[in-house]
Design a protein around this ligand. Sequence first.
Ligand code: PHE
Length: 346
Amino acid sequence: MALPDLAALEADARRELAAASDAAALDGWRTRYLGRKGRLTGVLRGVRDLPAADRPAIGKGANALKGTLEAAFDERREALLRGASVAQAAASVDVTLPARSLPQGQLHPVTLTRRAMEGVFREMGFDIVEGPEVEWDSYNFDRLRIPRDHPARDMWDTIWIDPEDAGGPAEGAEPPPRRLLRTHTSPMQIRYLETHRPPIRVIVPGACYRYEATDATHEWMLTQIEGLVIDEGVSFPNLKGTLESFVHRFLGPDLETRFRCDYFPFVEPGAELGIRWGGRWLEVLGAGMVHPEIIEAAGLDPERYTGFAFGMGVERFAMLRYGIDDIRYFYANDLRFLEQFRGSAT
Ligand code: PHE
């Protein structure tokens, strides 16, 4: 009787296992080699019928082969499972589907309006500069001719950063400087004059803060555009012409305007500009001729140099531009409101 050829059996088993590519083929392979009537099982069972001299070697070899084939089977099954999940994942990605759109930001209506206003001023020959929002009280008030304890300070309810010195300054001593959130952009008049000489023609856009109750037309934060023009021979008619020209370009050429007297400590004379809107007069900005003391404090001869300044609220112009009746919408962060300006031109 011929001895079983274990090498041939292993070769057949490996070749067939490599060809098995699905669960049914794997099952069939296992039945054929390792099942109750499988080839290897048959060899193991036949060992006892072999000549005694051959039994130990064949028995040992067949047992070892059993372990080898079982391990090969497990390995093959795992490889097939891995391959299947990769193929499944690949099949579930459909590269021809339209892309999911990502949420995209947009400019805020006040930003759109500020940029549009800046554009008009730029066309009129103004430079654009910015200044600090945290400001010294000397720039926000004193050098604008609004001294400490002067009732004019009440025009600007101030958010202070530094506390008021509890004990108060010693007799005759200068009070310590205090920082605040600027209540208007006018401090930049002083700052700009520190570093520039006439001819000056700038606007200063930026956020300002006022500690006051909010209502439909007032917020605790507002965006202003300050204007400053200083040169030889600048007159009140220049102020009027510039501001009328601005509102006509921005809101419409047929707009009716009126100037009335107003008081700001840093201008003389001071004025406010009103526009006829919805059958009523609406004040849209403060202005005036730069006070001669401010020109002199900047080291310029007020007999030679004159100028005008103005300050306007961007939110107010945004309300007019878009027909919005409550300023609080701008900062309530309600997307239903904000998304209406998607794609709006500046
Ligand atoms: N700074 C003033 C305000 O905020 C406006 C203003 C600016 C008035 C410049 C005159 C000249 O109320």
